[in-house]
Structures are given as C-alpha cells and as structure tokens.
Design a protein around this ligand. Structure first.
Ligand code: HEC
Ligand code: HEC
Length: 452
C-alpha cells in the first residue's frame, strides 16, 4: 500500500511544481506614507500579488492587439469602412484615408511594426503621408493600432476589422507624434470613434437600427468628439442627455483592474462580462452573449427588439478567447508616474488627507482604489445627476479605480469628462461632502492623485 501512496504524493508534488514554475507573479506594493514633524515615514506595506499563466497572458495579448472576432462582418460588410479607407482611387469611395487623416482622427501607428527601410523612408521624407495608398501599406504591415486589414494574394485590401487596442491602447510617440511603441491598457483619448464610424456610406443601417434619420446619426457621430464613445447607444438608443447635449463617455483605462469587482462607469458586470459584451455588441464580433437584463424593452428597446441579450453564432469566434483576454488585462498593471511629474512631499501630505479627513478612502481603498466588494454608489451619494447611472441595469455609478490617473488626464474626469481638471474634481467633493479643505489641502490631494 505504501508504494502507490508515495507515488501519488510524488506525482502531486510534480504537478504542483509545474504549476508554480509556469506561473507569472506580479507584485504591486502600496506603501502607506505618513508625515511626522515634516519628515516622511513609511509605515505599512500592502501587497497585491497576481499569479498569471504566461502562456495565457501571451495569447491574450495577441487577441487584445490583433483579433477582430470576425467583426469585419460589421465594419466592412455593413459599414464599408474598408472602402472608405481605400478611397475611389483604390477601388473604394470618397477621398480615402491618408495617414495624415488617420493620425488626425487619433489613430496611432506602431513603430515597432515598421521595417527598417520604411522607417528610413519616413525619416527621409520619402513617404507620402497624404496618400491613402500609404495607409493601406501600413495596414498590410499590421502597423495601425487597433485596425486590422485583410488582404488577398494580389495584395488588395478586401476588408478591415477593429481590435480592443483601437480604444484601449495608445503609443509613446517615440518616433513622431502618433507613432511609437504600443502602450496597451492606456485609453486613446485622441481617438475620434464617431468620426471613424461616420466614414460609412451606409448610415441608413444605423438610422434604421436606432429609429432615427440619417442626419441625426451624423449629428451624434460627429458630436462625441475625441476620446469618447457612447457604449450604451446600441442597446438603449439614448443619444442625448436630458439637456439635449450629446451623450458620450470617456474611453477608460484597461489597466489597473486587478482586484476590482464591477467594471464600467456604471458597473454593468465584471471585466469578463464586459469583455464579452463589448466584443459582441460594440465591436460586432461573431460570438455568443447572454444577458436577460437586455430583454427589458422599456430600458433597452434597441437590444430587446434585436435580441442582443441572446446572441448565438456558429462558429463562435469570441468565447474561447475570454480566458486569454482576462489574463492579459490582469497583467496590465497601472503605469508608474514618472519621477518629477508630481511633488512627492505634497503627495505624501495628500495621502494622509485622502485616507483621513477628506474621506476619499471610504470608497477609493488602496491598493485597488475602488470599494472592496460591491463598488457602486448612487448618483446622490456622489453629488451628480443620475442620467448615465439609470442607463445601466445597476442604476448606480462604480467607484473608478484611480491607479495610473496621470496617464489619462486628457479629456477630463468622471464618466463623461464633466470635470476638466483634478482641481475641479476635488472642489466638487469639497462642496458635496462639506469637507472644508484649505487651498493647500486641495493641492496636496491633487499631487497625491498624480502619484498613484
Ligand atoms: C470603440 C471603442 C472601444 C473598443 C473597440 C473597446 N472598448 Fe472597452 N470600453 C470602451 C468604453 C467607451 C468603455 C466605457 C463604457 C462605459 O462605462 O460607458 C469601455 C470599457 C471597458 C472596460 C471597463 C474598464 C473599467 O474601468 O471598468 C474594459 C475592461 C474594456 N472596455 C475592455 C475591452 C476589451 C477587452 C475590448 C476588446 C474585446 C474592448 N474593451 C474594446 C470603448 C471600447
Ligand atoms: C461615496 C464614494 C466616493 C467617495 C467618498 C469619493 N469618491 Fe471619487 N469617485 C466615486 C465614484 C462613484 C466615481 C465615478 C464617478 C463618475 O464616473 O461619474 C469617482 C470618481 C473619482 C475620480 C475620477 C476618476 C476618473 O478617471 O474619471 C477621482 C479623481 C476621484 N473620484 C477622486 C476622489 C477623491 C480625491 C475623493 C476624496 C476627496 C473621492 N474621490 C471620494 C466615488 C467616491
């Protein structure tokens, strides 16, 4: 009897050992700083440790950057964005999309995808950035972040689709403005999603879906502006806020979501839920998606009419990719603010205020900087209107995880960017919670926010 038991134990140890050896561990350290007699002292350290399978993370990275989930069926077959990029001269319609136009609507170019001779040609000014044919060449090199072209044997572009990276990656501008190394997880706050969709010569499709006319579609698409998108539009048809202005939310970060329960500004579900939602309902990939909440025709008329809560595709090009996407997003820890980008002494004082007198940490708890558990609050609690909250099945706002704030300063703060600066956010809390912060306190909190 002893021998088989020992064998079992040995094989168990072997399995455990293998699991450990192929696990990536990431540690995020949160140091609690206090100031005593003007001296900064570090008093406590919380750690957030992630164990991720590197093979799954690598698979997820490919999916996040390059997978279209078959969404060419929407972006090309229905909206004809491929033909808009080509332009009449190359067999499409219109003037085409030159690299200059593409960069102008916030699209980014991955410099690492460019071969040395292309880099040299750009540097020598020999590449025509006003010719749509150059954009097609960049797409063929897989160098346009978030847009994937399909090419036939003769090198002709037959379709385009979009990737997660379109909205949730940018570049470091190391080569030129808009051209550089990829920064995955950073929201692209330059990207004008509406202007890109508006390239379609089939607005009729969107007009029919939303039960409006084509000029209304155009007004909405051109009204979102850079860095924003209305993810709820295709389920509830709400294009306007109650005051008649155009509704759109800021593209959020896809980094710093470790330990965060509900995702999206209004907590539709967790990250995995939302990944499936967005791949099926926003990108219009070919997958499966279930959410009985979308059958509620009074809240989600467009979704209920089109059965968006019960999507089945065969083959399903999304579901098998959800584990990889999850692993990759969890590997995207929030970036560390560059040294010198904030005043460290003021930030240390701000941290004490954030965790104490200013009551910020009653919701934004380190190291995750959102509530631990059910991270939602009513509009009333945070002192804003409930228009956007009411569009979600939760009816609430999710406490935004604050790590890496410095890398998403463009476009403002809160879901719709209503506060232009961090000062405005802090002033809002000061008034709403009657905090009576001094001018110095406010600056200190702001420096702390820039440091996390
Ligand atoms: C067209 C732009 C666009 C594309 C493409 C896109 N997203 Fe998003 N994403 C958004 C917007 C806008 C939101 C915010 C939605 C809201 O709360 O209103 C969001 C929210 C998220 C969130 C929640 C972040 C948080 O703070 O909780 C995650 C996670 C996410 N997206 C992942 C993905 C993944 C994975 C893909 C690819 C399958 C993807 N997104 C594709 C625009 C996009
Ligand atoms: C009652 C819970 C609660 C408290 C207390 C709270 N927040 Fe928030 N915070 C939220 C919620 C919810 C949001 C999301 C609001 C939205 O997107 O409309 C948010 C958003 C933010 C944002 C915007 C992040 C972004 O990327 O748009 C900042 C910055 C912020 N809070 C800082 C603070 C500071 C500083 C304090 C203390 C003075 C504080 N919060 C107190 C719940 C809270």
């Amino acid at each position: 009897m002893k021998a088989p038991n020992l064998f079992k134990l040995l094989s168990l140890l072997l399995i455990l050992n293998m699991t450990i050896s192929c696990t990536k561990t990431e540690t995020i350290t949160e140091t609690i700083t206090e100031i005593v007699n003007d001296t900064i002292i570090e008093t406590r350290t919380d750690t957030l440790t992630l164990h991720l399978d590197p093979a799954l993370v690598a698979e997820g990275k490919q999916i996040f950057r390059y997978d279209t989930f078959g969404d060419e069926a929407f972006w090309s077959d229905i909206l004809h964005i491929d033909e808009a990029i080509l332009g009449e001269a190359n067999g499409g319609y219109g003037v085409g999309v030159s690299p200059a136009t593409a960069l102008g609507v916030g699209l980014k170019v991955d410099s690492e995808a460019l071969p040395a001779e292309v880099v040299a040609a750009i540097q020598a000014g020999q590449v025509d950035l006003n010719d749509p044919a150059t954009t097609i060449a960049l797409l063929q090199l897989n160098a346009v972040v978030g847009v994937k072209g399909t090419f036939d044997e003769d090198g002709a572009m037959t379709a385009v689709g979009i990737n997660c990276a379109l909205c949730h990656s940018t570049v470091d501008n190391s080569f030129a403005n808009g051209i550089g190394r990829r920064l995955d997880g950073y929201p692209n706050r330059d990207l004008n999603v509406g202007a890109i969709v508006n390239l379609t010569n089939n607005k009729n499709f969107l007009a029919d879906l939303l039960h409006v006319d084509e000029p209304a579609v155009e007004t909405v698409l051109t009204g979102w502006g850079p860095g924003k998108f209305n993810a709820g539009l295709f389920v509830d048809g709400k294009a306007l806020r109650p005051d008649g202005s155009i509704a759109a939310n800021l593209l959020p970060a896809a980094y710093g979501l470790q330990g965060v329960n509900l995702a999206t500004y209004t907590g539709w579900g967790d990250m995995v839920y939302w990944n499936a939602f967005v791949a099926n309902l926003e990108m219009h990939g070919q997958g499966s998606f279930t959410d009985a909440r979308l059958d509620n025709a009074s809240q989600f008329p467009i979704a209920a009419e089109n059965n968006f809560g019960n999507i089945v595709n065969d083959p399903d090009l999304i579901t098998s990719k959800l584990p990889g996407l999850q692993a990759y997003q969890l590997s995207l820890t929030a970036p560390t603010p560059p040294e010198g980008s904030y005043d460290a002494t003021a930030a240390a004082r701000g941290k004490v205020l954030f965790n104490g007198e200013a009551q910020c940490a009653s919701c934004h708890i380190a190291p995750i900087f959102t509530d631990a558990g059910y991270n939602l609050h009513s509009a009333e609690e945070i002192g804003i209107d409930d228009f956007e909250a009411k569009r979600s099945p939760t009816g609430m706002y999710r406490t935004t995880p604050l790590r890496g704030l410095f890398a998403r300063m463009k476009g403002g703060f809160y879901h719709d960017g209503r506060f232009a600066t961090l000062t405005d956010v802090i002033n809002h809390y000061d008034t709403h919670f009657k905090l009576e912060l001094s001018a110095q306190d406010k600056t200190d909190i702001e420096e702390y926010l820039k440091s996390i």
